[in-house]
Ligand binder design. Sequence first.
Ligand SMILES: [Zn+2]
Length: 137
Amino acid sequence: MIYFRNTIYEELIAYGKQHLPYECCGVLIGQNQQEDIFIEQFIPITNVAKNKRKQFMFCPKQWTTILLQYEHHEQHNIVGIFHSHPDEEPFPSSEDKKLMWRSIPTYWIASYRDKPILEGFHITEDQWFHPVSYKFI
Ligand SMILES: [Zn+2]
């Protein structure tokens, strides 16, 4: 099961809203314990994509710093990738599928097409995105 700290959820929805009409992005930090993932912190990363309305790309410098900091951290790891869809549904686009990071267990999209919604996915070995459910703590 995936557990979400309530404040992080609010933070993600607000962060995405603040960047409309552009996509925004970042990573989720937490604990990955066997079957459970605890999402505890959101770290925003600047979107440096050329077409920010339809794409996201992590600022390489910020992304490298975060990877180095958390790659071998004992308790806290990068457990999710987050980005927003200003006017598309909360499902990975074909561009998103090309840019996924397979070693990171979850993938999150906030959509503002209708009322704000957050959807989470697991990326499996066959490189497929499977919807996940989550609980608040
Ligand atoms: Zn996308």
